[in-house]
Design a protein around this ligand. Structure first.
Ligand code: URA
Length: 433
């Protein structure tokens, strides 16, 4: 087999066989196929796409390029939860302990922030002492003892994805549904849970800006999971507004703790309950309605908060943040953004607000940058709220005061004050249930 023939075959819209896909993935992972040929092939896939069978084969081969996590011998039904990335999305911090309190074993491998979207690992690292690089044995022990564990994607899991993702990032081939779906699902298959629940975000603050693409991405991932024998479902959820009232790592952990105490903002609570219910439904132990009841009970009883504390302590962190979130890093400068006219919050440009949080230090400009755990934005007003001139719409938090004026301008530009908006639903659809 020659790589050049496979590039031409895909360029002409051909369908690749299992042997051909295996040749490409193994050849690129071992360094036999050079970047320039892989880049040409990725661009051919970008324009020509892949059918469901090819996408599933590509995913399997990417998962098989490295090791599989060994979850055997751990009690309970293992379920993973994944978000395609959004602004203010701290759901994993709430949902993992919530689902564990409802009897599931939540084995979660998470990433860092990407562009204007936040990442669970950055959020957890704002908890003093919290370790996000767990050895496989430690990961297994936390899962067994606590019922939920979150670790960074390290080791030799799906190495083909790491290489391909880095190449896609610099060759204009990220926004391809079969490539995104295989990238995400190869890591899920390598972790090897019994089931996966995907939160596919749609809107200005997400990778997928329109509903049709988000739906296709969700359907593609659900199909990959099912072909691989994993129980898989997806929720399509709105990212045309930030989730909750905080954006930024420590601020989001604080909001997650408040939510686990039963004091969360209604949109965040609703989505967390729905995600947990979907995980319980996918596990086969509950119907969706029973799952909602179990999830709400785990919040109200305080059981989910206690699980979160246990997970933090088992991963080396300071569990006292569950009683006193002021132990989390605090910014040296906080500045309010005031309304310049009366009206209603008519729209929030979520991507813009996510970018403003990055400028304050909550995200990275380039790979490898350090994030400032304390930086971010606290929203005093949400879409649909009324405001009067001079009232606080948001508060900016940073340790770099020289960034404040740029971030303030961006937040102001990103928030439109006008007539009350027609609110789109937070949960748009369920796929695969
Ligand atoms: N997240 C991933 O893991 N891969 C992609 O391609 C996009 C988002």
């Amino acid at each position: 087999m020659r790589m050049v023939d496979l590039i031409v075959k895909k360029r002409e819209g051909g369908v690749l066989s299992k042997e051909e896909i295996a040749f490409i993935v193994a050849g690129y992972t071992s360094g036999v196929i050079p970047d320039y040929q892989m880049a040409a092939w990725l661009m051919a896939v970008f324009f020509r796409g892949m059918d469901a069978g090819e996408t599933a084969l590509l995913t399997e081969q990417m998962a098989a390029s490295g090791e599989y996590a060994d979850l055997s011998g751990i009690d309970g039904i293992k379920i993973d939860k994944h978000s395609t990335g959004g602004v203010g999305d701290k759901t994993t911090l709430v949902v993992a302990p919530m689902a564990a309190s409802c009897g599931l074993c939540v084995a979660k491998m998470s990433g860092r922030g990407l562009g204007f979207t936040g990442g669970t690992i950055d959020k957890l690292e704002s908890i003093p002492g919290f370790q996000t690089t767990l050895e496989p044995g430690h990961f297994r022990k936390v899962l067994q003892d606590v019922g939920c564990a979150v670790t960074g994607a390290g080791g030799n899991l799906a190495p083909a994805d790491k290489l391909m993702y880095a190449l896609r990032d610099v060759t204009g081939t990220v926004e391809s549904i079969p490539l995104i779906a295989s990238s995400i699902m190869s890591k899920k298959l390598a972790v090897g849970t019994d089931g996966v629940v995907l939160d596919v975000k749609v809107g200005r603050g997400a990778f997928m800006k329109d509903l049709e693409s988000a739906r296709r991405l969700a359907e593609t991932m659900v199909e990959i999971g099912k072909r691989a024998g994993r129980r898989t479902a997806a929720l399509l959820t709105d990212m045309d507004r930030p989730l909750g009232r905080t954006i930024g790592n420590a601020l989001e952990v604080e909001e997650a703790v408040n939510t686990l105490r039963g004091e969360g903002p209604s949109d965040l609570v609703r989505l967390c309950v729905e995600l947990c219910a979907t995980m319980l439904c996918v596990s086969g132990t509950h119907t969706l309605e029973q799952g909602r009841l179990c999830a709400s009970k785990a919040l109200k009883s305080g059981a989910a908060l206690e699980r979160f504390r246990k997970m933090i302590e088992a991963q080396g962190g300071d569990g006292r943040i569950c009683d006193d979130p002021s132990l989390l890093p605090q910014a040296s400068s906080t500045v309010p953004v005031l309304a310049q006219k009366d009206g209603y919050i008519a729209a929030m440009d979520t991507q813009h607000i996510g970018n403003a949080a990055c400028i304050l230090g909550a995200g990275r400009e380039k790979k490898g940058d350090q994030v400032d755990s304390a930086a971010g934005i606290r929203l005093r007003k949400k879409c649909g709220d009324s405001v009067t001139v001079g009232e606080e719409i948001a508060v900016l938090h940073t340790n770099c005061p020289d960034k404040l004026s740029q971030a303030e301008r961006m937040v102001r530009e990103g928030i439109r004050i006008g007539l009350p908006p027609v609110q789109s639903p937070l949960i748009v659809d369920w796929i695969g249930l």
